[in-house]
Design a protein around this ligand. Structure first.
Ligand code: FMN
Length: 374
């Protein structure tokens, strides 16, 4: 409603400063007012059950937007069915030097090399102990930068223990391109060892049923690596896969000048150019598992059609980050409303029926499919 006026002002500021301002403003606004401003009072026509949890709608906030949980109750009031906080690490850390977030408005994209700047897992846990959001809460954990890869498991285990009581689900991030070596944890043996250890501790910490443990993967995996990850996930009993994190590719950008990219340097690319690539990963997982492993689809969602594409590729929940930056808080309500209309148009009575209905089409990724090329 008011974002078309606000966005040019925010976009004049350095991206991370704009983010801090926006997040601070959301955190300070009473949840009831945010519910009113974003008209998030409407209900999605069906409650959605995934990995033993009930979601009021399928649209979630992706990790990285509120790493420290400073605005969690207010973000829930924007109408999200779930919010994923973090990535947090066992040790508080500053992340990479600023500037580390860059806008690419011509491609409706962002590049970031934040590097897990966060207050530490314990700070997030104590914030959540004081104020619990009204929707499903996922907590995303990563490796502390100073910890060598060989000691990663102990580091993740420590974070798991700290956040466990406060999370409805826990996401294991092995896919950020901004922590050196992290993506190596996606290799079969390392991933199996890490996930098995986390799953075992998860069982010990949980009284009745273990909390759902999910793994977040990169979009830059070969088909063999993806198949191997899926088989590890199924063997270890991981509850779901979050697909995908940002890409290190730059060839998906068609409008941003090469000199601009060269000046920005390294980092993960998100937003419209990532959409078709992440859809293909989602579709491949859906086909490999015959829909048996729930996928949270993320990457380049700006509207209900984009969310529908993810669902038809095989996602049973979706998340947004870059879309929120470009479209404002009304995006959550617009996607939910639009999804209901699309489901009706396409003749589906429930979301579950639609999951993966076009997986075969989406599994064949063509570089020219991405958001900006029509
Ligand atoms: C500035 C920024 C910071 C991010 N930080 C994290 C993070 O800490 N942990 C994580 O798992 N993903 C992080 N992400 C990735 C997003 O959660 C998401 O997977 C990715 O941006 C693709 O979705 P999008 O196109 O809707 O942005 C970050 C993305 C951005 C743009």
């Amino acid at each position: 409603m008011f974002y078309p006026f606000l966005r040019p002002l925010l976009f004049r500021l350095e991206p991370e400063t704009a983010h801090e301002l926006a997040l601070g403003a959301i955190a300070r606004t009473p949840p009831a007012l945010l519910r009113f401003l974003s008209s998030s009072g409407e209900r999605f026509p069906e409650a959605i059950r995934r990995f033993g949890l009930e979601f009021s709608n399928p649209v979630g906030l992706a990790a990285g937007f509120d790493k420290n949980g400073v605005a969690a109750p207010s973000l829930a009031a924007l109408g999200f069915g779930f919010i994923e906080l973090g990535t947090v690490t066992r040790q508080a850390q500053e992340g990479n030097p600023r500037p580390r977030i860059f806008r690419l408005p011509r491609d409706r994209a962002l590049i970031n090399r934040a590097g897990f700047n966060n207050d530490g897992a314990a700070a997030l846990a104590s914030r959540l102990a004081r104020a619990r959001p009204s929707c499903v809460v996922g907590i995303n954990i990563g490796k502390s930068r100073v910890v060598p890869l060989e000691e990663a498991t102990e580091d993740y285990l420590a974070s798991l223990e700290i956040v466990h009581p406060h999370a409805d689900y826990i996401a294991v991030n092995v896919s950020s391109p901004n922590t050196p070596g992290l993506r190596a944890l996606q290799q079969a043996d390392l991933l199996a060892a890490l996930l098995e250890a986390l799953q075992e501790r998860n069982r010990q910490l949980s009284q009745a049923r273990p909390k759902p443990l999910l793994v977040k993967i990169a979009p830059d995996l070969g088909d063999e690596d993806l198949a191997m990850i899926v088989s590890v996930v199924q063997r270890v009993g991981i509850a779901g896969i979050i697909a995908t994190n940002t890409t290190t590719r730059r060839d998906l950008l068609v409008r941003t000048p090469r000199e601009t990219l060269a000046a920005i340097g390294e980092g993960g690319l998100s937003g419209a150019p990532l959409k078709a690539l992440s859809n293909s990963v989602i579709a491949k997982i859906h086909l490999l598992t015959r829909g048996a492993v729930p996928v949270i689809g993320v990457g380049g969602i700006f509207n209900a059609e984009d969310a529908w594409d993810k669902i038809s590729a095989g996602a049973s929940l979706v998340q947004v980050y870059t879309g929120l930056v470009y479209e404002g808080i009304g995006i959550v309500r617009r996607i939910n409303r639009g999804l209901v209309e699309i489901m009706r148009r396409e003749g589906f009575r429930s979301l579950d029926q639609a999951v993966g209905c076009r997986a075969s089409e989406w599994s064949a990724f063509r570089a020219c499919d991405h958001g900006q090329v029509n």
